[in-house]
Design a protein around this ligand. Structure first.
Ligand SMILES: NC(=O)c1ccc[n+]([C@@H]2O[C@H](COP(=O)([O-])OP(=O)(O)OC[C@H]3O[C@@H](n4cnc5c(N)ncnc54)[C@H](OP(=O)(O)O)[C@@H]3O)[C@@H](O)[C@H]2O)c1
Length: 327
């Protein structure tokens, strides 16, 4: 597995990591703790050295499972995220940052995460949402910096909203953040234009989330797609979301039909082709999928011709937007 350096930090992570939202026991379905631990072990066996989690995932449960699985193994890099205190995941321009990420809340959540993960230090700590209107605010940063000075975190990050890749750019420019987490995949190429140039200029790491557009790119959805009860994709998404995803994937299929790779491999290869990306974090609780995702590092790159065609689809506005129409 190839590793890439996270921006200016001395943290090196595998170019394919593991997204662990699926290990929360709630909105992605429920498996046993033993199955979740097997998923983490499969990732480490496959040379993945980076796990992304959040305090919100299963209300601490996912972090606790990771803590149990790793048993203090600090060679695995972990990122976690601080949830908004007011539990609103789509802050508006008029929203006050103190209601979302006050200094006290940041410190309290960091301590809970450390306890859940059974660690003394979190490698990367993200704020779990953001708004462009907070570009001038620095209190959150001072709290994070203090945590860094205390040795409780190694890198400061912002996980930007699903549709506003460049909204934390002023903090990149001011040198306040080490890493940004963003939705980036074949269907959502906007970060190439609104975030990556800034990240590259200031050597900020990029974690690419939702590489499969929450499953749409890889799971053979149809217009009559139904999700299990309690699955967020059937609860939080607009009525036309599945139809739109299916239509966009149908536009991609003819372009990639002669490549001898699966859709998951093509999706990951597209992302890793961009050298601004430090790591991509496909989310999975399936040992088989985790192994398959880890193995893409060994596959050849997509040709310039295919990359160009996929990029042109986005530039023409035929594929755009990937997520749940919310945050
Ligand atoms: N705001 C934020 O900060 C935020 C928001 C969303 C996600 N995230 C992070 O990003 C990670 C990834 O995003 P995501 O999970 O939302 O979406 P995703 O990675 O685009 O898609 C996950 C879906 O793809 C399936 N899958 C994974 N590998 C596959 C393979 N090789 N073949 C077929 N299906 C496969 C998974 O099912 P199986 O489990 O069956 O493999 C799951 O249904 C999350 O786990 C989380 O860590 C962060």
């Amino acid at each position: 597995m190839k590793k890439r350096q996270l921006g200016k930090t001395n943290i090196e992570i595998s170019e394919v990591g593991l997204g662990t939202w699926q290990l929360s026991g709630d909105v992605w379905g429920k498996k046993t703790e033993a199955e979740y631990i097997q998923a983490i072990e499969a990732a480490i066996d496959a040379d993945i050295n980076y796990l992304d989690t959040a305090l919100d995932y299963g209300n601490g449960y996912c972090e606790q499972v990771i803590g149990k699985a790793l048993q203090g193994n600090s060679s695995v890099v972990i990122s976690s995220k601080i949830p908004p205190q007011c539990d609103d995941w789509s802050p508006k321009p008029q929203s006050k940052i103190q209601d979302y990420f006050s200094s006290d809340w940041i410190v309290k959540c960091c301590d809970t995460t450390l306890k859940n993960l059974r660690r003394e230090c979190i490698d990367i700590l993200f704020l779990h949402t953001w708004n462009l209107a907070w570009g001038h605010c620095t209190e959150w940063y001072e709290a994070m910096l203090k945590l860094k000075e205390l040795g409780k975190i190694r890198a400061i990050g912002i996980s930007v909203g699903d549709r506003r890749a460049g909204e934390a750019n002023s903090h990149i420019e001011a040198g306040r953040i080490d890493v940004v987490q963003v939705v980036y995949n074949i269907l959502e190429q906007e970060p190439e234009y609104t975030l990556f140039p800034m990240a590259q200029k200031h050597q900020v790491g990029i974690i690419a989330r939702c590489p499969f557009s929450s499953g749409a790119l890889v799971s053979g959805w149809t217009h009559s797609q139904k999700f299990p009860q309690g699955d967020w994709r059937g609860l939080w998404t607009p009525d036309d979301w599945v139809a739109r995803q299916v239509e966009m994937v149908d536009l991609i299929k003819p372009i990639v039909k002669d490549i001898n790779l699966s859709m998951s491999e093509i999706g990951l290869k597209y992302i890793l082709n961009n050298q601004t990306v430090t790591s991509v974090i496909p989310g999975s609780s399936s040992t088989e999928h985790i192994r398959r995702n880890a193995s893409v590092a060994r596959l050849p790159n997509l040709s310039e011709d295919i990359l160009h065609k996929l990029q042109q689809l986005w530039l023409d506005g035929k594929i755009q937007g990937t997520y749940n129409g919310g945050a």
